[in-house]
Design a protein. Structure first.
Length: 258
């Protein structure tokens, strides 16, 4: 059974087009009735909208095989009094979900990703956290890639805020245990009695997605079609127990091994 990331794995970080072999890989899983879940840290589009975008891009899979952090957010973060930070699209999605944004005295500081966080935004986050607000990340990615540039991911920002304020934080999406447990629960609807040790997870985020998955006993495949230009940039610097089980250039290379 597979857990499969989206950005940088199935679709390009540059133009959101399907990466080589990605559509064919999902098609082969469908044809051979191999169970899988599409697990993404999407926060810029409503869940159904992003799912429909993937369908329009040529992928074919049922919504029951899809999971993103927005689908779990309401069970993790109360809707009132949230200071949310991220791309404009993320803030609009929150409003449509009924969240009340508060930048005066929020109960929760909620972090998603964008490439142009300002020093003043970080200062505001710090003030809210030191005043007692809780800290929540939509996910814990290490690097955010956009426009051929690489920025600190939500995980890096959470670590910075934790160090600055001594505030602990919670994570909604990957690689949180609760997110992976929900993905496993949904996967068990396709194949009963499956456990984390039965899962092979494929992602371009070797430090975020794959590190957390490996700690749960999943087998990990790192693809260099997204955040990293080569395995040499990151794998040698990982703890031995967190290094990926396999490394491939893209989904096409993995497809050729099936």
């Amino acid at each position: 059974m597979y857990f499969i990331d989206v950005q940088g794995t199935l679709i390009s970080d540059t133009d959101k087009s399907p990466i080589r072999g990605s559509i064919a890989f999902i098609k082969k899983l469908n044809e051979e009735k191999i169970p899988y879940m599409i697990i993404t840290n999407n926060t810029k589009k409503a869940s159904k909208d992003f799912y429909n975008f993937l369908l329009a891009s040529g992928f074919s899979f049922d919504f029951s095989r899809y999971l993103d952090p927005l689908m779990l957010l309401e069970s993790r973060v109360q809707k009132e009094s949230v200071a949310a930070y991220g791309a404009a699209e993320f803030l609009e999605v929150l409003k449509k979900m009924g969240y009340t944004l508060n930048y005066e005295n929020p109960k929760t500081v909620l972090i998603a990703i964008k490439e142009n966080f300002s020093a003043d935004e970080y200062a505001q986050m710090i003030d809210f956290l030191l005043s007692g607000a809780s800290l929540v990340g939509m996910h814990e990615t290490s690097i955010y890639a956009k426009n051929s540039k690489r920025y600190p991911g939500v995980g890096a920002i959470l670590k910075m805020l934790e160090f600055a304020t001594s505030s602990s934080y919670d994570v909604v999406g990957k690689p949180s245990i609760s997110f992976y447990k929900e993905a496993l629960k949904r996967a068990q609807e396709q194949k009963s009695n499956v456990s984390f040790s039965d899962i092979i997870i494929i992602s371009d985020d070797v430090k975020g997605d794959l590190g957390g998955a490996k700690e749960l006993g999943m087998k990990t495949i790192f693809v260099t079609s997204g955040k990293y230009k080569s395995a040499k940039e990151i794998v040698p610097f990982l703890k031995e127990e967190l290094k990926p089980d396999s490394v491939y250039a893209d989904m096409q290379e993995i497809l050729e091994t099936l």
